[in-house]
Write a protein of this length. Structure first.
Length: 201
C-alpha cells in the first residue's frame, strides 16, 4: 500500500473507538460515554489544566498521548479500572496485541512514533506520561460525581477503591491529587459514593 492508503486505513480503524462504550455515565443526554469521547475529553483537560503539570512538561506530548492512549480499545474493548487483577492482566495483554496491529497499519516511521507514545503512556516513566495518566484517572471521577454516582453504584464501588486510583493522580500532579481526594470525600459526604467498608461501623 502507498503511504496515504496506510494512513487512511489507520484513520478508519481509529473511528471504531466511537462504538466502544465505557462504564462512565453522562448526564446530558443520560447514557454511557464512549471511548472516543473520553479521549477527546482528557485531551481538552490537558490543555485546560496545564498549570497543574510538572514544570517543563510538554503539553503537546501529553495531548498526543491522550488522543492515542485508548485507541487499542477499538480491538480490546474497555474494562473498568475497578475490575479484578486477573481481568486487568488479560486486558493489558489484549491491548498490547491491539497496539501491535493498529500502529503497524501506518507507514513504518509514523507507526513507530505513535507506538512509542503509547508505550510511554503505559510505562509512566516520564513527567508527560504521569501527567497524562493523572488526567485519565481524574476524568472518570469528575464524570461519576457529575452523574450522581450512577456508575459507582452499578459496579458496587466504594471510596477506598476510588482512592486507590487517586494515587496515580497524585503521582502525575500533586495539586490535582489533592483535589481528587477532596472530591471523593465530598462524594461520600453527599451519599453518592459508598464509604469504605471499615468506615461503616
Amino acid at each position: 500500500m502507498d503511504r496515504l492508503t496506510r494512513q487512511l486505513s489507520f484513520v478508519q480503524e481509529a473511528d471504531r473507538l466511537k462504538g466502544v462504550l465505557r462504564r462512565t455515565q453522562l448526564t446530558d443526554p443520560p447514557r454511557r460515554e464512549n471511548s472516543a469521547e473520553h479521549s477527546w475529553h482528557v485531551a481538552v483537560m490537558a490543555l485546560a489544566l496545564a498549570d497543574h503539570a510538572p514544570a517543563g512538561t510538554s503539553i503537546d506530548t501529553v495531548v498526543a498521548m491522550l488522543v492515542l492512549h485508548d485507541l487499542v480499545e477499538a480491538d480490546a474493548g474497555d474494562l473498568s479500572v475497578h475490575a479484578p487483577a486477573a481481568a486487568q492482566e488479560r486486558q493489558h495483554a489484549a491491548e498490547r496485541a491491539a497496539a501491535d496491529r493498529l500502529y503497524a497499519l501506518l507507514p513504518d516511521d509514523q507507526g513507530a512514533e505513535l507506538r512509542r507514545l503509547w508505550d510511554e503512556f503505559e510505562e509512566r516513566a516520564t513527567p508527560e506520561a504521569r501527567f497524562a495518566r493523572a488526567l485519565d484517572r481524574l476524568q472518570p471521577i469528575l464524570q461519576d460525581v457529575q452523574a450522581g454516582g450512577r456508575a459507582w453504584r452499578e459496579q458496587g464501588v466504594t471510596a477506598d477503591q476510588v482512592l486507590a486510583k487517586v494515587t496515580l493522580i497524585e503521582d502525575g500532579s500533586p495539586s490535582l491529587g489533592r483535589f481528587a481526594r477532596r472530591l471523593v470525600e465530598q462524594a461520600v459526604a453527599d451519599g453518592i459514593l459508598a464509604a469504605a467498608p471499615d468506615d461503616r461501623c
